[in-house]
Design a protein around this ligand. Structure first.
Ligand SMILES: Cc1cc2nc3c(=O)[nH]c(=O)nc-3n(C[C@H](O)[C@H](O)[C@H](O)COP(=O)(O)OP(=O)(O)OC[C@H]3O[C@@H](n4cnc5c(N)ncnc54)[C@H](O)[C@@H]3O)c2cc1C
Length: 499
């Protein structure tokens, strides 16, 4: 008889765990507090427009791009879909009217940098060499931390070898130092200020450029919610059940084993295995009693540095802005530093979702700005609806004015405005402080690997972006796969996958 498994959460990690568990003969029921699948990987409709709240790019989207593609294939997520592979990752618009195009083709990028500033030929060469070296990085996928042997570790190091040396060399480089490699003021400022904090490490942005330059990462037409629904269909086709509007409050346990879950309405669901595929902190301190925490989880929860949450401002515009604002990202160098969403910014990035006809009606655009913020900025507004609403309006007005200055007439074409904050995300998914990625990798820990269990509780596993830092869709999907590998080990079964 199939063992009953309850999964908490139908985000990408929960759906992935559900699919693999069905492939391996478990009787699976997912309980999701929301009315639809996807969690953070979602989209919402406003005034005839669809605002996509996640997918900018999907790592591993191209056939033959490695093990990650196989995972997406096993989940039925990538077959038969159409993709856009960006030629230009970002466009910088300088205060002086100059433009920098970050081409994903590195030879072209290097030529362009030299055209912009012939005296920076060496800096352009070394930047493109560094990005090229990082583009060879391949994630060590395949097995959870608990099942990884020394031999597996050695193989991972060998696979990552081409990028390990540049990673070590670049690990301490700040964005300011990256900018300082150039003598041209516009290039210097573009690199130093692209994240609005020149003291931030440059490695993250260089790795993103490397990943995009590797040609393995594209935008999937249809957007985030359709992506999640595709994996949900795979789960249902495999015979799984999903219960929506069903919030879990407790993991039930007896004699050191998980025995099921309790729902918000008090109903108890018995199960032989439980997987929590939602926020780690809520899982450990609220669904469990907070007494059994792995030391690595505790250290990360207490001292780990998280990616900052964001404010997501979207405008539905009754005009085709595709030639004005890039779909990958347009960065405006501001006239002066501004205080917005609790942070000082000198650069603002916007992008246009016009490349996906499923998101904006023909001839119209959805223009999005994402601004880093801090939870501490929003916390005092939690109990003051008027102040919270006013702050959202203030931020939307700021973004609108910045675009209007560069594209006169923009404001008069706005048909819809939508602002989502960390409060929105925390309320929607339960992720701590609305965080959408998890811990920031450091040079010594580019990937944060950890156990997917808690000490002293058998038959219980954790699978979410939180267990596979730094998070994102690949980390979430991989987490779901890994907990089923562990379950199979615990049940003495061979782990099976099917495409
Ligand atoms: C604006 C934005 C852009 C992004 N861009 C990208 C990108 O381009 N590429 C990329 O790879 N990643 C991107 N991400 C990150 C990515 O979306 C997340 O890292 C990933 O979706 C996390 O998946 P998850 O399943 O681990 O968690 P979640 O998506 O948080 O799923 C958890 C699920 O559990 C449910 N849940 C919570 N508590 C309970 C409970 N008590 N009972 C029942 N259900 C519960 C939630 O409702 C949710 O559905 C982006 C995110 C955002 C917000």
């Amino acid at each position: 008889m199939e063992k009953k498994l309850v999964i908490i959460g139908a985000g990408i990690a929960g759906l992935s765990a559900g699919c693999y568990a069905r492939m391996n003969g478990y009787d699976v029921e997912i309980h999701e507090s929301h009315t639809q699948p996807g969690g953070m990987c979602t989209a919402w409709k406003r005034g005839g427009y669809t605002i996509d709240g996640c997918l900018e790019w999907l790592v591993g989207s191209r056939p033959g791009s490695g093990e990650l593609y196989s995972v997406w294939e096993e989940l039925g997520a990538v077959q038969g879909k159409d993709y856009i592979y960006y030629d230009v990752y970002a466009d910088f618009h300088g205060r002086d009217g100059r433009r920098l195009h970050c081409y994903t083709d590195l030879e072209r990028f290097e030529r362009h940098l030299v055209e912009l500033s012939p005296r920076d030929v060496r800096a352009a060469r070394s930047l493109c060499e560094d990005i090229g070296a990082l583009s060879k990085m391949r994630m060590p996928l395949g097995k959870p931390f608990e099942l990884t042997s020394r031999w597996d570790d050695a193989k991972s190091v060998l696979r990552m070898a081409p990028s390990l040396i540049p990673m070590a060399r670049l690990g301490r480089l700040t964005l300011q130092q990256l900018g300082d490699r150039f003598s041209d003021p516009f290039l210097r400022s573009s690199f130093a200020n692209c994240m609005n904090d020149p003291s931030e490490r440059a490695l993250g942005i260089l790795m993103v450029l490397g990943i995009l330059g590797s040609g393995t990462t594209g935008y999937m037409l249809g957007g985030s919610l359709e992506f999640a629904r595709t994996i949900e269909r795979r789960f249902l086709d495999l015979g799984g059940r999903a219960v929506y509007g069903s919030r879990v409050t407790k993991v039930l346990e007896r004699d050191g084993r998980a025995t099921g879950v309790r729902l918000a309405d008090g109903e108890e669901i018995a199960a032989e295995r439980v997987v929590s595929a939602c926020d780690m902190r809520t899982t450990l301190f609220s669904m469990l009693d907070g007494s059994r925490i792995d030391p690595v989880h505790r250290e990360l929860l207490e001292t780990g540095k998280l990616f900052p949450p964001i404010v997501h401002v979207a405008f539905g515009v009754g005009m085709d802005f595709s030639s004005e604002i890039s779909c990958a990202g347009t960065f405006y160098e501001l006239e002066r530093p501004f205080e917005v969403a609790g942070r000082t910014i000198t650069m603002m990035s916007v992008r246009n979702q016009c490349h996906d006809p499923s998101l904006a009606p023909p001839g119209k655009s959805v223009v999005i700005a994402m601004l880093n913020t801090d939870w501490s900025h929003w916390e005092p507004l939690l109990d003051d609806r008027a102040a919270y609403k006013a702050e959202k309006e203030r931020i939307a007005a700021f973004v609108r004015e910045q675009i209007e200055q560069r594209k006169p007439g923009f404001t008069s074409k706005i048909e819809m405005t939508d602002v989502a904050t960390p409060v929105t995300w925390e309320r929607y998914t339960g992720d701590w402080h609305g965080t959408y990625m998890t811990w920031i990798p450091t040079p010594s820990k580019p990937l944060i690997r950890m156990r997917k269990s808690v000490p002293g509780l058998a038959d219980f596993y954790m699978a979410s972006m939180w267990t596979n830092g730094p998070g994102g869709l690949p980390g979430a999907a991989q987490a779901g796969r890994e907990v089923v590998q562990l379950m199979c080990r615990d049940d003495g079964k061979r782990f099976e996958t099917s495409k």
